[in-house]
Design a protein around this ligand. Structure first.
Ligand code: ADP
Ligand code: MG
Length: 256
């Protein structure tokens, strides 16, 4: 059979800060349309992995391919040479990123926030971008807030704008780094709801989260990380329901 190649293929990715190895040889494949949840204790390398995937950080070893393209490096034979800036830029654009802190532009309206990247980075026409931005705001349930400023919104609404803004760049996949960890508990559900809809629409997603209920219901696969390594990977039923590693069991017991 002709299984389609994974959208994301990371091999042997390592990243060291000073003497500290934040990532220690991580291999990861993510298929098109797959939702992968990454769980693990603080400091285990989850954010560093996302930042390497979207080329905010440069790993000192390993390779990352997105949609078949080897970014960050130029390959000559079997050897990797210097950075290829255009491939890095394309890989960054391929990954929509949503952080714990929403980082909206506070002097711009919600609509302007969503339009900013497509207009200034992709240099698309304003009229077309505005129509797309309005559709995205409808999709995250914020049509009526298009003219509001971020300070007038709740944290949950701001995070939904951040999701719309990332989608406006038409990414190949979406990376979420603890998108609900900074929210008041009553606002978590509306953001997870938008993410659930996005998953149902077929978007490829990598989600770092402590929301094990979301992982159980939405993820196709769950990865448990500890000390810069992938310790365990499997279906939500396997990793969350019947973890084989003691470290995974301890972590899940601590989060629940
Ligand atoms: P997680 O997201 O799982 O909490 P991180 O990927 O943020 O973990 O961090 C992994 C390890 O790398 C931690 O020990 C952290 O202190 C360290 N680290 C991450 N980013 C930096 C950085 N920019 N400079 C120095 N150390 C860092
Ligand atoms: Mg983190």
């Amino acid at each position: 059979s002709n299984a389609s190649p994974p959208l994301v293929r990371a091999r042997g990715v390592s990243k060291t800060f000073g003497a500290h190895r934040a990532l220690d040889g991580v291999d990861l494949d993510v298929s098109r349309g797959e939702v992968l949840c990454i769980i693990g204790p603080s400091g285990s390398g989850k954010s560093t992995l996302l930042r390497c995937l979207n080329q905010i950080e440069k790993p000192e070893a390993g390779t990352i391919r997105i949609d078949g393209e080897l970014a960050g490096y130029r390959q000559k034979g079997d050897t990797l040479h210097e950075l290829d800036d255009r491939a890095v830029a394309r890989q960054r654009l391929a990954c929509g990123m949503v952080f714990q802190r929403f980082n909206l532009f506070h002097h711009m309206t919600v609509l302007q926030n969503v339009m900013e990247g497509p207009v200034t980075v992709l240099r698309r026409r304003k009229g077309e971008v505005r129509a797309q931005a309005q559709k995205l705001l409808a999709r995250v349930g914020l049509s009526e807030k298009a003219g509001a400023y971020p300070a007038q919104l709740s944290g949950g609404q701001q995070q939904r704008v951040a999701i719309a803004r990332a989608l406006a760049m038409q990414p190949k996949l979406m990376l979420f780094d603890e998108p609900t960890s900074a929210l008041d508990p009553e606002l978590v559900g509306e953001v997870l709801g938008v993410m659930r809809d996005l998953a149902a629409s077929g978007m490829t997603m990598i989600v770092v989260t402590h929301e094990l209920g979301f992982a159980r219901e939405v993820a196709d696969r769950v990865v448990f990380m500890d000390a810069g390594r992938i310790v365990e990977t499997g279906t939500p039923g396997e990793v969350l329901g019947h973890p084989t590693e003691q470290r995974t069991r301890d972590f899940i017991a601590a989060v629940l």
